[in-house]
Design a protein around this ligand. Structure first.
Ligand SMILES: CC(C)(COP(=O)(O)OP(=O)(O)OC[C@H]1O[C@@H](n2cnc3c(N)ncnc32)[C@H](O)[C@@H]1OP(=O)(O)O)[C@@H](O)C(=O)NCCC(=O)NCCS
Length: 283
């Protein structure tokens, strides 16, 4: 397309966006479909695309963010090149750059580091996820707990949250939710349930269908109901070396250059070819 045409198209979008959503701040070359709903004080960076979605007050999208049809993003910040697929919900969350939330997933009070993704139909509540982590389809994390040592497990007796629409409790008597932490480069496979308060260490793998009820050490592979150690992925001394390397903090250029050494199994070759110190990055 000629530069003149591109220029006209950009201006066309700018004028249409200003007319439809006068209180939002919409960056250059961004497209917002006319049937989208934008609350006041929503900010979009450059080259974003929002299709038939709802963006709530306080939401900030970085450059090149894509929001799919019928999705909702409320009180959240999304870094550069994040995507939220159709029918997904992102509430009160902070996503670093290059984070994808796949279709029909719901995340609430979740922080996610760069290059991580949440596959379809996952439900995550009050979770901190590191960088380069893969959260599989239908993973459930942070659903809350009922006490097991009281006469009744019904929240109406101990919770003021009115789960059933009523509460007999004069004050909150039980801690119902505890945050979950998932480290860097973790793979949580399909249909995993993670109990409140659990920490999953860097480099760990959780096998499909597991119920994780206690902390998982770094570079462990766990599976089953309840989840048990299957094996450690590397000997203890090599795990220490991997953790000391903190490669998930490297800048993008360094990661791209080192990519072939990540996509092969020999640890010694990996250490040898990635030994140069890198500049850590934020987010
Ligand atoms: C865990 C998994 C990655 C296999 O890893 P692997 O290193 O190839 O492991 P193996 O197949 O050699 O199995 C090792 C042991 O783990 C057990 N195991 C494998 N998968 C398991 C599971 N889902 N739950 C419990 N135990 C499992 C095996 O029975 C075997 O046990 P044994 O040593 O007593 O015989 C794989 O089984 C899995 O769960 N994949 C998930 C796929 C998925 O969810 N994809 C969605 C995309 S995110």
């Amino acid at each position: 397309m000629s530069t003149f045409r591109q220029h006209c198209r950009r201006w066309g979008r700018f004028i249409a966006n200003r007319a439809r959503f006068p209180q939002a701040t919409i960056g250059d070359s961004s497209f917002v479909s006319g049937d989208s709903q934008l609350s006041p004080a929503v900010t979009l960076g450059k080259e974003c695309r929002v299709f038939s979605a709802r963006l709530g007050t306080g939401t900030r999208l970085g450059d090149e963010v894509v929001i799919g049809p019928r999705s909702q993003v409320m009180r959240s910040s999304l870094g550069r090149a994040c995507s939220v697929e159709a029918d997904a919900e992102v509430i009160g969350s902070a996503l670093a750059e290059f984070v994808a939330i796949q279709t029909r997933s719901r995340i609430n009070q979740v922080q996610i580091g760069r290059f991580s993704y949440v596959a379809r139909e996952a439900y995550l509540n009050t979770v901190v996820i590191g960088r380069f982590s893969s959260i599989g389809p239908r993973v459930m994390a942070g659903l809350g707990e009922h006490p097991t040592d009281l006469i009744s497990t019904a929240p109406v007796f101990y919770s003021t949250l009115r789960q059933s629409g009523a509460s007999f409790a004069p004050k909150q008597a039980v801690l119902e939710r505890r945050p979950i932490t998932i480290g860097h480069d973790v793979w949580v496979a399909a249909n995993v349930f993670i109990r409140d308060g659990v920490t999953i260490g860097d480099g760990a793998i959780v096998a499909a269908g597991a119920v994780v009820h206690q902390d998982v050490p770094a570079y462990a592979m766990v599976g089953g109901v309840p989840a048990k150690l299957i094996r450690f992925r590397y000997p203890a001394d090599q795990i220490e070396r991997l953790l000391a390397l903190q490669w998930w903090g490297w800048d993008e250029a360094r990661l791209r250059a080192a990519a072939p050494w990540f996509a092969q199994p020999r640890l010694e070759a990996f250490f040898e070819h990635t030994a140069v110190r890198a500049q850590p990055v934020r987010s």
